[in-house]
Design a protein around this ligand. Structure first.
Ligand SMILES: [Zn+2]
Ligand SMILES: [Zn+2]
Ligand SMILES: [Zn+2]
Ligand SMILES: [Zn+2]
Ligand SMILES: [Zn+2]
Ligand SMILES: [Zn+2]
Ligand SMILES: [Zn+2]
Ligand SMILES: [Zn+2]
Length: 342
């Protein structure tokens, strides 16, 4: 019905289809909104009456669409509702987190657009960073060297360095392949660290250790051969130093030794006997010679008146000459034979 004064404002919602997104504008009708007029001339001075605030009726454009639209972030970390007018690719500010080609690190860039490589949604894309770290994988036990590859997937290549070390006896410097040493078990390690020369250490007995350059203390069992003799020194035998020193073995004289000792004693007794006999014969001969000289003088004195036929001197004295000569010959022979025995 017709009424006094201006018509009341439209109470319907706008419902215009928004051109950009096709949603309906949800706010009350804004075709005849009262808008404070802008651009009015400022009062020239205090005397001028401020002009009436002028409102004009005009149609306002639809405001930006606020319909929430679920939107995924660039790095596909989350889906958030965004107002329709602002919906579009956005960064959630999280670190990208895709696994880099090195296999050990992830992309640290802030959530960004990723172009997948080979359609893989887990691995780093074209826009992700490239790992520039050194390899930090654990080294094999005992290897003091560094991997010479940049950060890489899979196992490190085996170490090609050499290790310089002193051998067990501390005389030689050995150069051993690091891998060989780090792969070896305790026994093999001992073997590798040996210079393969005879151990230079001296054992308590004074002999040199017979083992090849070895770990730890020398064996207390000395195997050096030493000569052992029986009391009469006839039998000799070679024995390991260790067993002789500990008194386990002693060498006794055997029956041959005893026989030999007995024979030696007999020979000595015989020699003494012969020497006594010889002395006796010598003294007897001397005595006889003396007696003969005495008899001879007496006979010379008688010769002048003696006419009887005398036996020749040889016939008379041959038995006295013969006996001492035989005695001397016997003595010489005995002496000769005993010396041959000795
Ligand atoms: Zn909208
Ligand atoms: Zn994100
Ligand atoms: Zn890396
Ligand atoms: Zn990334
Ligand atoms: Zn490595
Ligand atoms: Zn050595
Ligand atoms: Zn010894
Ligand atoms: Zn030794």
């Amino acid at each position: 019905r017709c009424h006094f004064g201006p018509c009341p404002p439209c109470r319907q919602t706008c419902q215009n289809i928004l051109k950009k997104c096709g949603h309906l504008c949800p706010i009350p009708c804004h075709d005849e909104a009262l808008v404070k007029q802008k651009g009015l001339p400022q009062p020239a001075g205090p005397w001028e009456q401020p002009s009436e605030p002028a409102f004009i009726q005009t149609a306002l454009p639809c405001p930006p669409c606020q319909v929430p639209i679920p939107t995924e972030c660039l790095g596909k970390h989350e889906i958030s509702p965004l107002p329709c007018h602002a919906a579009g690719p956005f960064s959630c500010k999280r670190p990208c987190g895709r696994l880099l080609a090195c296999g050990n690190h992830t992309c640290s860039r802030e959530c960004h657009k990723v172009t997948d490589v080979n359609g893989n949604k887990e691995k780093a894309g074209l826009e992700c960073v490239v790992c520039e770290e050194e390899c930090t994988k654990p080294r094999p036990p005992g290897c003091p060297h560094q991997c010479n590859l940049p950060c890489h997937p899979d196992d490190c290549p085996s170490c090609v360095q050499m290790v310089r070390t002193k051998c067990h006896c501390k005389i030689s410097n050995l150069f051993i392949e690091c891998t060989k040493l780090s792969m070896a078990d305790a026994k093999e390690k001992n073997n590798l660290t040996s210079c393969k020369n005879q151990c230079p250490k001296e054992l308590p007995c004074g002999h040199r250790c017979k083992e090849i350059c070895h770990q730890g203390n020398c064996s207390p069992y000395c195997i050096q051969k030493v000569k052992l003799r029986c009391p009469c020194r006839r039998i000799k035998k070679e024995m390991p130093c260790n067993s002789v020193r500990e008194g386990h073995i002693s060498l006794e004289c055997d029956s041959v030794c005893l026989d030999m000792r007995k024979k030696a004693a007999e020979i000595k007794a015989e020699e003494e006997k012969a020497a006594t006999e010889q002395e006796r014969l010598r003294q007897q001969a001397e005595l006889e010679a003396f007696e003969n000289r005495l008899k001879g003088k007496r006979r010379k004195n008688k010769r002048k008146d003696d006419v009887e036929v005398q036996p020749t001197a040889w016939q008379k004295y041959k038995k006295y000459i013969f006996m001492p000569v035989c005695g001397i010959a016997l003595a010489v022979l005995t002496l000769y034979f005993t010396q041959v025995d000795v």
